[in-house]
Each structure stands twice: as structure tokens, then as C-alpha cells.
Design a protein around this ligand. Structure first.
Ligand code: FES
Length: 342
């Protein structure tokens, strides 16, 4: 049995075969549909269901809150129709479309950024040009290992792709990247994906919050903003556990010294010893520094717990949810836990 799904105001309709999700069917029929993770974790495919019935498979509360679900919102990547449906993706006015590319790349540089983060730089050998928006990510495949999602840390105009890869102990991929990957190796990159990208039409102040290797997409966003001449106040919070987890501090300190509209604030959650740096949770540091975020935009990337708690704090400080663009980094273990929870 097939069902017809119509996208309101877009004059687009497509068929969804029994048991298939709305998103996979749309993309399979070359219908543009906003999406990111395709696994119920990012909220990029959130849509208003105007009519019809769907059944949703497990997803994270961050991607769709119970309140949003009660209001009739669904995640297209988790929704299997049980009747004909009519819906509207909610982020459609901000959707960007870049050609999805399969790139063959070569490792040209490896840099040990911290004890557990490796910066990998790649030259595109075939499949380009690669067009993406700052803040987006790609599926990266090393050798015959399963693909993993990593955000680009370079600005879109760069020819060299930069990824910040954190070791996931016991993981299937990252131990290889940190211990065995070498310059000259071939790497496959497919993308771009994701909707937590830089909106350059915004002229108000910006809060950027990065946890750990979440610094990668935030660096891309900030470098892009500055390259485009951003004049508004921009504050970057970089949350890590302890001093040894910080990296690129010289880079951002130099930016702070050379610009009067930029502040860089590292925050250590478990400093272990005496420190002159800010301590505590990143969300609390932001809340201590700001009282009203009306008119701001926020970009966040990092571990789900940090992203989710900071988004909640930002909303309490008056930030409109539509001005909050977040990319929570779910490991394969995180995704498994979500599946088990549901
Ligand atoms: S694409 Fe549906 S939640 Fe990410």
C-alpha cells in the first residue's frame, strides 16, 4: 500500500511506500526536503502535519519536544504514514540546497590538537567542487570503516577540508583515525548535510557555544562571519572538562586581540586544579553574562547534554527558538541509547 504525501504551499507531492519514512521517500524522489541527521536527532526535518496519520520511530527530545508533538509537529525522518498526509517543513524559508557530492580526498595534514582530538586536513582529489554552508557536516569514510558524521571546520571558500575528530574510546572508527591514519591516505567525504549553518542576513549580536570538538563547525561559522565583514558583537564560549581539553586558544585569543567585536571565553567544567579560567557549566557561564538575548542569534555544537542544557538556558534568557541553530554530536553509543530508551 502506498500513501500520497503533499507539501503544502509548494505544489509538491510524492508517494511513500508502506513502511518507508516521509523523508527517505521525498529525497528518493528528488523532492527538496530540509534534513540533517536523518536519524531523529537534529530536528532539521521538523514539519507541521496538517492532515493524516503517521507513526514515529524513536527520536531525541531535543529534536522534537513533547510540547511540539502535542502541537502536531512531526519529524519527517522518523515518520511512517498510515494515510495520505499534508505537511509543511517548518524551516523551509531558511532551507539551503547544495549539491550532494561524493568526494575522493587525500589526507595532507594531521595535527594532534589535544590528547584526544586530531585535526585532519584533506585535499579534494575528485568529485568537487564542494559547496557547503559554514556549520554543515559531511559523512566521512576512512578505509573500509563505517561512515561517521563530522563538521567542516574550514570556511566554504577553502580548498582544504578540515575536520576535528575526537577519540571515542572503544569506537569503531576514531581509534583508527587517531592511531593509524597517515598523510597520503584516501578518504571519502559525502555531503553536505545539516541546518545549523551560518545565517549571514542576521545583523544582531551572536552567541556561539562549542563543546569539545564542536569547535569545528563554530570555527567555520565565525571565520565565515568575519570574512564577510560581520560587525556585530560576537561571543564564543568554549566548554571543555579541563585545561588539557582546550585547543586553538591562541587562534581565538589572536582574533580577540585583533577585533573589538569578538570575545572568547573558555569554560572548564572540571578544572581539577586552581585556574584563572571561568569554571562551571557553559550554560551557566552564558546565563551569568547575559540577561536578555532577545534579538540575538545563537550557534551551538558539541555533546548533546551541553547543547540541550544551553539551548534551554538561552530560551529562558529570551532567545527565540528559531534564532537558535544547534548541532548536537551524537556518538553511535548515544544513538543506541536513544533507541533503547524509546
Ligand atoms: S533529519 Fe530528522 S531529526 Fe535530523
Amino acid at each position: 500500500m502506498n500513501y500520497k504525501v503533499t507539501i503544502r504551499d509548494k505544489n509538491a507531492a510524492f508517494v511513500v511506500a508502506m513502511g518507508k519514512t516521509i523523508l527517505e521517500s521525498a529525497l528518493g524522489q528528488d523532492i527538496d526536503f530540509p534534513h540533517g541527521c536523518r536519524s531523529g536527532n537534529c530536528g532539521a526535518c521538523k514539519s507541521i502535519l496538517h492532515s493524516g496519520d503517521v507513526e514515529m520511530s524513536p527520536y531525541s527530545d531535543y529534536a522534537l519536544t513533547s510540547e511540539e508533538k502535542e502541537r502536531g509537529l512531526i519529524l519527517a525522518c522518523r515518520s511512517v504514514p498510515w494515510s495520505d498526509c499534508e505537511l509543511s517543513p517548518i524551516d523551509e524559508d531558511e532551507a539551503i540546497v547544495h549539491a550532494n557530492r561524493q568526494l575522493i580526498c587525500e589526507v595532507i595534514d594531521l595535527e594532534q590538537a589535544t590528547h584526544d582530538i586530531q585535526i585532519v586536513r584533506l585535499k579534494i582529489s575528485a568529485g568537487g567542487p564542494y559547496d557547503f554552508s559554514a556549520g554543515q557536516y559531511a559523512a566521512v569514510t576512512f578505509q573500509d570503516l563505517p561512515p561517521r558524521d563530522y563538521s567542516m571546520a574550514n570556511i566554504p571558500a577553502d580548498n582544504i577540508l578540515e575536520f576535528h575528530i575526537r577519540l571515542v574510546p572503544g569506537g569503531a572508527v576514531t581509534p583508527y583515525v587517531l592511531n593509524e591514519l597517515k598523510t597520503g591516505d584516501q578518504v571519502l567525504v559525502q555531503g553536505p548535510f545539516g541546518t545549523a549553518y551560518y545565517r549571514d542576513s542576521h545583523r544582531g549580536p551572536i552567541i556561539a557555544a562549542a563543546g569539545g570538538s564542536g569547535l569545528a563547525p563554530i570555527k567555520s561559522i565565525l571565520d565565515t562571519a568575519f570574512a564577510k565583514g560581520a560587525k556585530q558583537p560576537i561571543t564564543l564560549y568554549f566548554g571543555v572538562r579541563e585545561e588539557r581539553d582546550l585547543y586553538m586558544t591562541d587562534y581565538f585569543n589572536e582574533l580577540t586581540n585583533s577585533r573589538d567585536n569578538f570575545d572568547f571565553i573558555p569554560v572548564l567544567s572540571e578544572p581539577g586544579s586552581e585556574t584563572k579560567r571561568r569554571t562551571g557549566f557553559l550554560a551557566d557561564a552564558v546565563a551569568a553574562d547575559f540577561t536578555d538575548l532577545d534579538g540575538y542569534k545563537a550557534y551551538l555544537a558539541g555533546p548533546p547534554i551541553m547543547v540541550e542544557s544551553t539551548v534551554e538556558k538561552l530560551k529562558l534568557l529570551g532567545l527565540d527558538r528559531s534564532d537558535c541553530h544547534a548541532d548536537a554530536f551524537y556518538t553511535e553509543a548515544d544513538k543506541k541509547k536513544l533507541e533503547e530508551k524509546a
